[in-house]
Write a protein that binds this ligand. Structure first.
Ligand SMILES: Cc1cc2nc3c(=O)[nH]c(=O)nc-3n(C[C@H](O)[C@H](O)[C@H](O)COP(=O)(O)OP(=O)(O)OC[C@H]3O[C@@H](n4cnc5c(N)ncnc54)[C@H](O)[C@@H]3O)c2cc1C
Length: 372
């Protein structure tokens, strides 16, 4: 008998899960709140690691297509002092495919392929243990039941309360994101500063990171320690007011570095929330979680990779389970919790060192993780 399976969310976790299930011939209902794939900006660039995101794409049969789209040169990383001095300048070897970058929108389209996502289906609640199965309630008042509901609905998951009462908490670090377009023609000086990949500058309790996306688009992240209400006197829609407040925060930094903020277009406020390290739950038949819904952690290059690998692994576990769906999910959860717990520790410690009172600590962290 075919199981009725739904995944809530069409981010990296949900789409990878559905795509690997599709490859094994299993249909999955993909329930996504956004009304269309392009309803909101897809976000910045992601580096997909060989043993994680790329392994997931291999399991989905999409590695060759990924290699054609991705940017190995985007692995380049430059670190500057706040006065603009270049402290480190790492460039990948021509054959280095360990962590190539891909735009989130390109990754989404690659994963979407033949999948028939149900757009505009905002889930409000997931209720396990009803007579017909696991009930999924939608914002429009409708309800459907499934044998398995996979919550891949991100940080503020509506599926999570079905298995865990834990909610995300603020890390004390906020990102404010801005972007530059056509950087090579409109801001050639900044294009040279950023290079093919990323440039990062660390000061006391703050940092500025710029990452090249495809097509001359650059995402800039101002990162700093602040209380959650640091911006209460600011109108977030007042671009010039936000810019001035950020320029004041980074006062004294080299002019070319501050140009990353001076030329930024809109500003998006992203306070960093996390779930507790090693978040687990007592297994609930018929419901599980993937990705940020399960283990939201600081954005240090692991979240999307874990989300994709978990999606692929859960799909393979189900596809090869010979009928015992619950056993397949249990086995998957044990594996996910152990690995995600390790990464949550690494990224939590990493954030403490990157946005820290001692900028030398950030440099030491890069010296440890960057290939020489
Ligand atoms: C600034 C920044 C930079 C990052 N850089 C990297 C990086 O370089 N590498 C890396 O590996 N990770 C990175 N991450 C982390 C990464 O973005 C996340 O870990 C990853 O997106 C998690 O994927 P997901 O599918 O679990 O959740 P999401 O990407 O959040 O997707 C969740 C989906 O669920 C949908 N949804 C939400 N609620 C509902 C609902 N109620 N009903 C239906 N649908 C719903 C959402 O619309 C969305 O489509 C970064 C994060 C940030 C903030």
């Amino acid at each position: 008998m075919r199981h009725r399976i739904a995944v809530v969310g069409s981010g990296p976790a949900g789409l990878t899960f559905a795509r690997v299930m599709h490859r094994h011939g299993y249909p999955v209902a993909v329930l996504e709140r956004d009304p269309a794939p392009d309803a909101r900006p897809p976000g910045g660039t992601l580096d997909l690691h060989e043993g994680m995101g790329q392994l997931a794409l291999h399991k989905a049969g999409l590695l060759t297509e990924f290699q054609a789209l991705s940017r190995p040169e985007g692995q380049a990383m430059r670190i500057l002092d706040t006065d603009g001095t270049v402290l480190r300048d790492w460039r990948p070897r021509p054959d280095d495919r360990a962590n190539p970058e891909i735009d989130r929108g390109q990754l989404r389209d690659l994963l979407l392929g033949p999948l028939d996502v149900q757009w505009g289906r905002s889930v409000t609640q997931v209720v396990p243990g009803t007579r017909e199965g696991v009930a999924v309630h939608f914002a429009d008042g409708r309800q459907e039941t499934f044998d398995l509901v996979v919550g891949a609905d991100g940080a503020w998951s509506r599926t999570r309360p079905a298995v865990s009462s834990v909610t995300p908490h603020y890390t004390g670090v906020t990102y404010v994101e801005t972007s530059l377009d056509d950087v090579d023609t409109r801001h050639p000086g900044l294009a040279r500063l950023i290079g093919d990949g990323s440039v990062a500058v660390y000061g006391v309790n703050r940092g500025l990171v710029a990452q090249r996306n495809s097509g001359g688009h650059v995402k800039v992240y101002a990162q700093f320690r602040a209380p959650l209400d640091w911006h209460t006197d600011l109108d977030p829609a007042d671009v010039e007011a936000v810019r001035s407040s950020l320029l004041a925060l980074f006062d004294g930094w080299a002019a070319p570095v501050l140009d990353l903020l001076r030329h930024g277009t809109a500003f998006v406020h992203r306070p960093l929330y996390v779930l507790p390290v090693s978040h687990t739950w007592t297994h609930v038949p018929g419901v599980t979680l993937l990705g940020d819904a399960a283990h939201l952690m600081p954005p240090l290059g692991a979240g999307a990779n874990l989300a994709m690998l978990e999606g692929a692994e859960l799909a393979e576990s189900i596809a090869t389970c010979r009928g015992d769906l619950d056993e397949a999910v249990r086995a998957f959860e044990e594996q996910m919790w152990a690995r995600a717990g390790r990464w949550a520790k690494i990224t939590t410690a990493g954030l403490e060192r990157l946005v820290s009172p001692d900028p030398a600590d950030a440099l030491a962290l890069f010296d440890r993780v960057q290939p020489s």
